[in-house]
Design a protein around this ligand. Structure first.
Ligand code: ASP
Length: 333
């Protein structure tokens, strides 16, 4: 039997009704006691790291989760992290950069309904997460939800209420879980060597969603407060060139301070391609302007936080940004 560590952090799965709405109240042992069949699957130790709504999750919390996995890495065969669904995709992405080259499965899961709710998806998701965490063919950071195994860098919460809350964005699901069995869609080669753990993030990253007619002054206002800016632009990507070209001038101001700007898209699928239109190509020609290509916004944000904690040199930063980690960046060959 495999040894798996449960790291509980809160979320709906651990919630109960309170006077002012659902809030995490159940501890790791309460959660485990709702799925007695887990005892036949693997040996489980449980650790209560946090008990918060994931709306309150912060980069410091991501570092604490990564440190907890690091501290226990050689004692366990796999890890299950219970977590709120609202920011689970950000945590999955952040952990994919903070813990690299892991041969062991590190599985995030949660639920749309409390584990104490009659109609809950929690019991199934929890069982599936442990099934994935003790599987020999799965490894690295993953999210398990509604019978799907999704790579940590590709997950996105797509539905606020339905059980199939998460999708794998522009990348196949790694595996499917049905009736206690795993169907592997992708057989990936396991990493060799030791895992690499990182313990720093620079949280001074801002995401700006463009709307038609946006005043470019907002870029100047943000500049003193942030080390990187992610602009969710339109279509394959571009920046508005209104009559005075103020937008491009504001981007130049970031570039002059050695702060990167990453252009991504508001369109949910297929990523950016700045070379297609003049509005994109002109922006891309400004030093320090990068593009997301097929990376999700969750991955872009957390990758920037990880990279900025290591370097401020724009060339090194750009090299690291375009180096794929855990399937975050896919390109046509
Ligand atoms: N607000 C909850 C959370 O993210 C939602 C959930 O877990 O489904 O913690």
């Amino acid at each position: 039997m495999k040894n798996i560590l449960l790291i509980a952090t809160g979320g709906t799965i651990a919630s109960r009704p309170t006077e002012d709405g659902l809030a995490p109240q159940l501890c790791a042992e309460d959660i485990l006691s709702c799925v007695p069949s887990l005892a036949e699957l693997c040996h489980i130790d449980a650790l209560q790291l946090l008990n918060i709504d994931s709306t309150n999750m912060s980069p410091d919390n991501w570092l604490a989760i990564a440190a907890c996995v690091k501290e226990n890495y050689f004692r366990y065969d796999g890890f299950v992290i219970t977590h709120g669904t609202d920011t689970m995709a950000y945590t999955a992405s952040a952990l994919s950069y903070l813990i690299q080259n892991s041969v062991k499965p590190i599985v995030l899961t949660g639920s749309q309904k409390s584990i104490y709710d009659q109609e809950t998806d929690a019991r199934r998701n929890l069982f599936d997460a442990f099934l994935a965490a003790q599987d020999d063919a799965l490894f690295g950071v993953m999210l398990v939800f509604d019978g799907r195994v999704i790579s940590g860098t590709r997950a996105r919460k797509m539905r606020t209420k339905s059980m199939n809350a998460f999708s794998s964005i522009d990348y196949p699901e790694l595996a499917l879980l049905r009736d206690g069995r795993i169907l592997h869609y992708i057989r990936r080669e396991k990493p060799t060597g030791l895992p690499a753990f990182y313990d720093k993030l620079d949280s001074r990253v801002f995401v700006l969603r463009l709307i038609p007619g946006m005043n470019p002054d907002v870029l100047h206002l943000l500049l003193p407060h942030y080390d990187a800016l992610v602009i969710e632009s339109f279509g394959v990507g571009g920046l508005p060139c209104y009559e005075q070209e103020d937008f491009l001038a504001a981007v130049h101001a970031w570039s002059a301070q050695g702060k990167p700007i990453v252009i991504t898209t508001q369109v949910p699928h297929e990523g950016s391609d700045l070379g297609v239109y003049q509005v994109g190509a002109r922006a891309a020609s400004i030093p320090g302007v990068l593009q997301a290509h097929t990376m999700t916004v969750e991955s872009v944000v957390t990758k920037l936080m990880w990279i900025l904690s290591q370097t401020r040199d724009l060339n090194t930063l750009s090299q690291l940004f375009y180096t794929p980690v855990a399937h975050d960046l896919l390109r046509f060959e």
